[in-house]
Design a protein around this ligand. Sequence first.
Ligand SMILES: *Cc1c(COP(=O)(O)O)cnc(C)c1O
Length: 397
Amino acid sequence: MPGFELFGEEEKKEVNDVLETGIYMRYGFDGPRKGIWKAKELEQALCERFNVQYAQLTSSGTTALTTAMAALGIGAGDEVIMPTFTFVASFEAVLSVGATPVLVDVDDTLTLAPAAVKAAITPRTRAVMPVHMCGSMADMDALEEICREHKLLLLEDACQSTGATHKGRALGSIGDAGTFSFDFVKTITCAEGGAVITNNKDVYTKCDAYSDHGHDHLGGADRGADGHPHLGFNFRISELHAAVGLAQIRKLDRFLAILRNNKQVLKEALAAVPQVTFRRLPDAEGDSATHLSFFLPDEEAARKATAAIKAAGLPAFYWFDNNWHYVRKWQHLKESTTLTPFAAPLAKAMEVYKTKTFPASDAVISRCISFPISLLWTEEELRDRASKLAAAVKSVL
Ligand SMILES: *Cc1c(COP(=O)(O)O)cnc(C)c1O
C-alpha cells in the first residue's frame, strides 16, 4: 500500500540537498538556501501531476482539511455533511473550525450515499465532504449534482486516494478544494505532510496565508515585511519533509501500476468464491488500488473470514471493529469528550450523536473486509497471497 515500502536513494538525494544548505524552513533565507526550494518544487509537481492550478502544502492531511475549510469560509454554525466511514481526522477538521459534522450513511461504494446526503441537507448546510476511502472514489457525478443544485461547497477528502481518478479527473481536483495526506502510511509519503489542491485562486491565496500565521508572502525576502490579511496558524511543512515527497511523487505512477496489477490478481482469485461481492467503484479505471475491499454475506461470516485471513499470516482490516475509522467506535465524538468545551450551539448540535444509530452503514461496514496491497511482493508472493486469501475466505463459508 504505502510509499514507505519503496524508500531509497531518490529520497536520500532530495533530503541531502536540504541538509547541505541547512535551511529546513520553506520560507525565507533566500541567500543561504542556494536556490533549493523543495516545498515550492513539490507544489509545482502536484499542480502538474493532478492538473490543478494551485497546491498548498501543509504539515499533515488533517491541517490540510482545516486549512481548506478555513479558506472556503466554513465556520461556526455551518454544517458539513460527511460519511460515517472515514479516519477521525475528517471530523476533527470540521470541529477545528467550529463547524458541525453531520454524519451520513455510506453505501456499497464505502463512501457517501448520495440519497443520504440529500436527506441530510438543511438551511445550515454549507459543504459536502466526500471521503475517497481505501484508494477509491465516491460517486462524484451524483455529489457534484447535489452540490450544484443546493449551492453547496464540495470539499474532497482524498487523503487516502492520491493518484486515483474519477472519469479522468484526479480525486481532490473535482470539488472546490481537495486534500491529500502524505503521512507515513499513505500512497506517497513525506513522513508527515499534506496538501490542499484547488483551481480557485482566492481559496489558494487564503490557504497560503492561513497555513503560515496569516503571512501574505508579499514582503519579498523579508518575512517581517509580509502583511497579515487575516489570522492563521502554523501548519507549515518543512523543507526536509517536502524533499521526501518530491522523490515520492516522481514514483507515483510506478506505485499505481504495481498496486493495480497486484489488486487484479487478488481480485480474480477471490472472485472464484461465489458468496463474495466487491466494493462498487463508480469508475473502476480510476481506482488507485491500495486495497481490495469486499463483502461477505453477513457480519458473522465477515468476522470469521477476517480471523481466517489473519490465521493464514495475512493482513486484513475489519473496519467495523476498528476504533479509528468507523462511527461505531467513535465514543469520544458521540459523547463530545473534549478537553476544551464546544461553543454552546455546537455542543447542542452534537447531542444528537449520543443516541443516533446508523443501521444502513452498519449493514455495509459489518460485512466489509479490506485487504491492503503491498508494493513489494514478488510474482510468487503475489500468487501465494491470492490463493491463501481465497482459501481463507472460502474456508468459513
Ligand atoms: C490519513 C487521513 C487524514 C489525515 O491525514 P494526516 O496526514 O494523517 O493528518 C484525513 N482523512 C483521511 C481519510 C485519512 O485517511
